[in-house]
Design a binder for this molecule. Structure first.
Ligand SMILES: NC(=O)c1ccc[n+]([C@@H]2O[C@H](COP(=O)([O-])OP(=O)(O)OC[C@H]3O[C@@H](n4cnc5c(N)ncnc54)[C@H](O)[C@@H]3O)[C@@H](O)[C@H]2O)c1
Length: 247
């Protein structure tokens, strides 16, 4: 794995799950890591935590400015923070829809703008956006989430084009099932349910017959974010244990 020594890395959603594993991996690889999250992580580490609700889009520019003032540069931005609020289209209320879109799509998009400005000036940067297999595949009750992830994949492509000649590479990682608290719906962990075991494990719908661990996603993010990625941009890398390959 590449060394990130002296690099300054912003990870959103780094208090839990995939973001936490990613922030800790970058720390291990020598980076100075700043987490943007609305929650304080449980464990105290050398990670710098900025408590922010990313849904408040007007706060993003000053949060980025604070990082630049303190650290002088930003080499990597990883947009991990996300929420999923299941609702059928008939039950979907405007405020819930916009909260999902603001956190999952608009915040990453405007962070790409504010951080991108710094990266273009530096002539170096790597951006990785967390989408989902929901960017391309759908299930009932998931309209807002699906739209947000498909939108983020589109934004990844467009921003990649705009930054391609500036040394700034922009990609997305689309996981399938990952063992985090996001899989807990109404108090039940769907990855531990009889339904999941029957459909995905016993019936072999999920070829690698288990959910991913957050660190398995973090390793893919880290490669895309590293200086050894020199030619891949505008892409979404699916990391789903083969789930979306099976007919
Ligand atoms: N877990 C999965 O199965 C799975 C699958 C595909 C994609 N994803 C995506 O991966 C990303 C991370 O998910 P996870 O499973 O680690 O979830 P998680 O709930 O464990 O972590 C999400 C993090 O985002 C933070 N966050 C949420 N809303 C925020 C806000 N408004 N402001 C600031 N921080 C906020 C939370 O506090 C938390 O630390 C999300 O974008 C999610 O859509 C997850």
């Amino acid at each position: 794995m590449k060394n990130f020594t002296e690099q300054v890395i912003v990870v959103t959603g780094g208090a839990h799950g995939i973001g936490k594993a990613t922030a800790e991996l970058f720390l291990e690889l020598g980076a100075r890591v700043i987490v943007f999250d609305r929650e304080q992580p449980e464990k105290k580490t050398e990670i710098d935590n900025l408590i922010i609700d990313l849904g408040n889009l007007s706060d993003l520019e000053s949060a980025v400015a604070d990082v630049v003032q303190k650290y002088g540069r930003i080499d990597v931005l990883v947009n991990v923070a996300g929420i999923s609020v299941p609702n059928t289209i008939l039950d979907l209320e405007l405020d819930k829809y916009f909260t999902t879109l603001d956190v999952n799509l608009h915040a990453p998009l405007f962070l790409m703008k504010h951080v991108g400005k710094i990266m273009v000036k530096q002539s170096y940067g790597r951006i990785v956006n967390l989408t989902s297999i929901h960017g391309k595949l759908s299930e009932p009750t998931s309209t807002a989430y699906d739209v947000s992830k498909a939108g983020l994949e589109a934004a990844t492509r467009t921003v990649a084009l705009e930054f391609a000649e500036c040394g700034v590479l922009v990609n997305a990682v689309a996981p399938g099932f990952v063992a985090t608290r996001m899989s807990i719906v109404n108090g039940q962990d769907e990855l531990e349910s009889d339904w999941f075991n029957e459909v995905y494990i016993k019936n072999k719908r999920l070829p690698i017959a288990r959910p991913a661990l957050p660190i398995e996603i973090a390793h893919v993010i880290a490669w895309l974010a590293s200086s050894s990625n020199t030619y891949m941009t505008g892409q979404t890398l699916t990391v789903d244990g083969g789930l979306s390959v099976r007919f």
